[in-house]
Design a binder for this molecule. Sequence first.
Ligand code: NDP
Length: 345
Amino acid sequence: MLAADDRAAGPTKTLGFAFVGLGGFAMNQLLPGISRCKFCKPVALVSGHPDKAAAVARQYGIESANIYSYENFDSIKNNPGIDVVYIVLPNGMHAEYTVRAFGAGKHVMCEKPMANTVEECRQMIDAAKAAGKKLQIGYRMHWDAPTLACIDALRNNEIGPIQIIETETGFTIGDPSQWRLNRKLAGGGCLMDIGIYSLSAARYLSGEEPTEVFAHTYQDTADPRFKEVEQNCDFQLKFPSGVLASCLSSYNANLNRYAVHGRKGYCVLEPGQSYWGVKFQISRGRGLEAVDVNEADQFVGEMDGFAQALSGNAPFKATGEEGLQDLRIMEAIYESAREGKSVKV
Ligand code: NDP
């Protein structure tokens, strides 16, 4: 138990992180991000490519003895320097490696989407409980300052009671051979990868959980990219207060905007889900004004935030239950699109 003064100052111990999967997101965002953290540092790497791992280890001052493969991953249990395992693998591998990391007695951060299915999410939550360890999902918006300022404005009723939410997320995907277009590794198409932001934003901005969904998906199987997964998905969410959300996602168009319409005015986050430079604008019944918010570092926020929560200085955010809830709703979205009717959540 930390003393009160220590709690105010933050964790007394810097947490050692092991990164599993050295792909684009780990290399370009998370490893540079953890280097800016106060309470976390990279101490181990897990990769299928030893040469790449050795080069990354040299760059970040990680001992070569702390480079693991997927085969000897479970031996991290013998390494007391590793406190947290950060899973940055294709979606279809999240559940297996999260469960194995809990088996090794470590805390886990796991990228979004939490897993391919609700069932896998439950296994991950059960494994955390059995190990007595914590799980956080890699949602960034909980630490994004402009997003948090928008949520404050909404909760302070600055635009009046919320009526309609629009969320749009998408990008144009390239290489047809990548794992994101492979159903087994990705769990689905644009909805699983980028549409999850449209969903979680609608939930976070409304502050409610949807009770009903209605969805359409579209997939041009003549396009080599979309042989296995949907390219576009639009869905509507109905919330208990009567708020309706209209949500778009695409692997074939660039979309990055959230808007919340109230009785008196509206808020816009555009771009809405970028790593940097999310822009918050508000109309309180007159013109649209930009709100100047000091940008916070989302990557430092999520990793130092987990360290703070583990030491009792902050609440846990982006928990496994949060990730499970998105999967539960995404399964309902796919069911609605398949059946052509609305589905209760
Ligand atoms: P990449 O394809 O760039 O990297 C994935 C890495 O996983 C590979 O480099 C490889 O690492 C490892 N891997 C192990 N087995 C396989 C396999 N069968 N096929 C492909 N890769 C494999 O993906 P991203 O880094 O873009 O995405 C990783 C995770 O991060 C995903 O879950 C994604 O949704 C999430 N993500 C989250 C973002 C966010 O903003 N929160 C943004 C981008 C991604 P190695 O060579 O070291 O073995």
